[in-house]
Design a protein. Sequence first.
Length: 140
Amino acid sequence: MALTRDEREEFLARPHIAALAVTDPRGRGPLVVPIWYHYEPGGKPWVLTGAGSLKARAIAAATRFTLMVEQTEPTYRYVSVEGPVALLEPGSEDAARALAARYLPPEKVDGFVASTAGAEEVVIHLEPEHWLSGDLGALR
């Protein structure tokens, strides 16, 4: 059964690890990799990655990508959101801190931010255009 808009936004707002999928510019199958993401209900999901990474280059070439998150224990749920790039901007300490605070315990955030200092990164915002979702727990 598909999730309601509120259910899918609340689910996506939790700190799941996403699978990022994008057309691979090398002519292979889609590039699918795990990634941290940031999302607040009603907003645009975003990711932080190395400016020269394959992910960043593939997204720049395709101009769109997909994020899919799942919960693998009862109740089994997933949300997939796909759309064009809404904004691509240089990475920042603030972006690194916001992402780290979402996934790491407070005492680890400063260390993560320090580990990204000096790295050329980009923040890529997704304009949600297509949603898929499901709660498979209803099948039990």
